[in-house]
Design a binder for this molecule. Structure first.
Ligand SMILES: Cc1ncc(COP(=O)(O)O)c(C=O)c1O
Length: 416
């Protein structure tokens, strides 16, 4: 750095672990390498899977030859898409009438789920000024970055009980009860918690909703896996819909991603929904107006193509039924791979307990492997997972699961 002459004050930022791991995997020439790092769906051959329903919709969109397909949309995004995204998320099967319920929600299109989290964070930082945002410990690493950039102090609530490899409900509740302040935001994963794969059960969700209401905390839902986790869009939206329907006097918001459930990762499809309480629906349009102000200054409007695909699918009964099939294919393969890994570890009598692998939900398993074991897996077996022990189950296949189990067995026995 001797001859550098710059006005900048910059220091290197650590690389994003997931993308760095992916890069290392890509250049690894070992024929039996296994990628359990990045959270993307893969087939049993380890290949990306453009959803058949998405391919069908794409063909129809080409036939439609929509003259407007490369034009600008509105600042809030594609308005029909936003209605469809909102209906998918909230369902409207609650006690309120449909129109009253919808009047509580202001929606804008975002740059996928990350963009929705970011827009929501910036919006709250400007207009709600929470003293803190509470993130689960652990959480998706990007939550830290997003809220750091929004300038909101971050605190964490316990989420994972390492000894039992289970959800630490008591820890979460007592921390929020004792330490969270009125007006703080609480980041909640709508389903398939990333990285642990552990979700609250329905009774626990109800208790979390009660706590948020009683302490006047602001629930910020991140929904990145609707339909992908269980195969059912209703089941995976249960928590969001419960808060929405049963706590109508509470404000909340949802960052919604279509990356995983439509396999539209690089298309960046998402939405941000702000939910007013039932007595403040008159501010909904002002909220949208302010969100548009932020959008205009940052990216002018969300991208068009991916949301046209989602819109095409969800406005056709036939394509929607196909999509539900595709969700079943993805979620069933992941469940089958969890079971297969568990079966192999049990068969090998690998030291430790492994039930958590089949009890966890969604794309990821928090395996419980230590950083040293994770390193040994990479070094000796060319198996790539995050140093926290998070494994993306979709990287497992009929062909490699026995290899992965044997490798885990070996690194654990070698250490013992
Ligand atoms: C918890 C969580 N939130 C949000 C996202 C954002 O996904 P995207 O920006 O690709 O839609 C992800 C993706 O990994 C995630 O796991």
């Amino acid at each position: 750095m001797a001859n550098v002459n710059t006005r900048l004050n910059v220091a290197p930022v650590p690389p994003d672990e997931i993308f760095a791991l992916n890069g290392a995997y890509a250049v690894d020439t070992f024929p039996h390498k296994v990628s359990l790092g990045v959270g993307v769906y893969r087939t049993d051959d380890g290949k990306p899977w453009p959803l058949p329903v998405v391919q069908k919709a794409e063909k129809q969109l080409v036939v439609d030859n929509d003259l407007f397909r490369h034009e600008y949309t509105a600042i809030e995004g594609d308005v029909p898409f936003l209605g469809i995204a909102r209906d998918l998320m909230f369902g409207f099967e609650g006690k309120q009438t449909e129109e009253e319920a919808k009047a509580r929600i202001g929606s804008v299109q975002t740059v996928a789920g990350t963009g929705a989290n970011h827009l929501g964070a910036i919006f709250l930082a400007h207009h709600m000024k929470p003293r803190s945002v509470w993130l689960s410990n652990p959480s998706w690493a990007n939550h830290q970055t997003i809220w750091e950039l929004a300038g909101v102090p971050r605190k964490t609530y316990p989420y994972y009980h390492a000894a039992t490899r289970s959800f630490d409900f008591e820890g979460m509740m007592s921390t929020l009860e004792n330490d969270a302040q009125e007006g703080d935001a609480v980041l909640l994963h709508a389903c398939a918690h990333n990285p642990t794969g552990l979700d609250p059960n329905k009774e626990q969700w109800m208790a979390i909703a009660d706590l948020c209401e009683r302490k006047n905390l602001f629930p910020f839902f991140d929904s990145a896996y609707q339909g992908f986790a269980s195969g059912s869009v209703e089941e995976d939206a249960w928590a969001v819909r419960y808060f929405f329907n049963h706590k109508p006097d509470m404000e909340m918001c949802v960052a919604q991603s279509f990356s995983k459930n439509f396999g539209l990762y690089g298309q960046r499809v998402g939405a941000f929904h702000y939910v007013t309480n039932r007595s403040s629906t008159s501010i909904r349009d002002i909220v949208v107006n302010n969100l548009c102000h932020l959008i205009r200054g940052e990216f002018s409007m969300g991208p068009r193509v991916g949301c046209s695909i989602v819109k095409k699918v969800l406005t056709s009964d036939e394509l929607t039924a196909d999509w539900h099939q595709d969700l079943q294919v993805m979620s069933s393969r992941i469940k089958a791979m969890r079971q297969a890994l568990y079966n192999e570890l049990v068969r090998l009598q690998t030291p430790g307990t492994w039930e958590h692998i089949i009890q966890q939900n969604g794309m990821f398993s928090y395996t419980g492997l230590s950083p040293k074991q994770v390193y040994a897996l990479k070094d000796k077996y060319h198996i790539y997972l995050l140093k926290s022990g998070r494994a993306s189950i979709s990287g497992l296949s009929e062909k490699n699961v026995a290899y992965v189990a044997r490798a885990i067995d070996d690194v654990i026995r070698t250490e013992n």
